[in-house]
Ligand binder design. Structure first.
Ligand SMILES: C[S@@+](CC[C@H](N)C(=O)[O-])C[C@H]1O[C@@H](n2cnc3c(N)ncnc32)[C@H](O)[C@@H]1O
Length: 171
């Protein structure tokens, strides 16, 4: 994907996920951590909306690129399996689809570090652990909202999205 197309793609996914649940988020959400931020384009949008925002990605090349383009942002190399500290809201857009990620395990862990966990997943996709749709029943007890974005709102991505707002342990 060309750089500019990737920038728009990443930014619009982040923005669409937040806007899908915006009305359900309390006004005192200040610290937001984004895992799988790629080059920080979505993080840049989040930084305009919330007080303290950090973007994390496992790929140091993405983070180096993001830091070069956005020196004002706090972008760090980090694996979503080992989250870095507490946040009011943790968001993870289109990372759970990664082949090696076991969603329930990652979600259980992330919930310990936040008041709210916001996930965006491509509805029809599967990974090594099975179809993303199967997590619905497992997530039910701590799901605040489940929004289906179909057709998708992002300009260049044709895949439908499921946006899940989950209750974290710090709530
Ligand atoms: C498909 S991109 C999603 C980018 C953006 N969040 C979006 O919604 O368009 C997936 C990103 O997750 C990152 N990633 C994959 N596995 C990860 C992990 N275990 N921990 C943190 N980031 C990871 C990849 O490096 C990549 O930048």
């Amino acid at each position: 994907m060309e750089d500019i197309a990737l920038d728009i793609h990443v930014r619009e996914h982040t923005k669409a996920a937040v806007e899908a649940v915006r009305d359900l988020l309390p006004a005192d959400i200040k610290v937001v951590h984004e895992y799988g931020c790629t080059n920080g384009q979505g993080t840049a949008w989040l930084a305009k909306e919330f007080d303290t925002v950090v973007g994390f990605d496992i790929n140091n090349k993405h983070i180096d690129k993001g830091n070069a383009a956005h020196p004002e942002l706090d972008l760090r190399v980090c694996d979503v399996h080992h989250p870095e500290g507490n946040a009011d809201l943790i968001m993870v857009a289109h990372v759970m689809e990664a082949y090696k990620i076991n969603p329930p395990e990652v979600i259980d862990n992330l919930r310990r570090f936040c008041r709210f966990l916001l996930l965006a997943v491509h509805t029809a996709e599967s990974n090594k652990y099975g179809p993303l749709a199967q997590w619905g029943a497992y997530l039910e007890p701590f799901t605040i909202s489940r929004v289906e974005l179909d057709p998708p709102v992002t300009p260049d991505c044709t895949k439908a999205d499921t946006i899940l707002l989950l209750r974290g342990h710090l709530a």
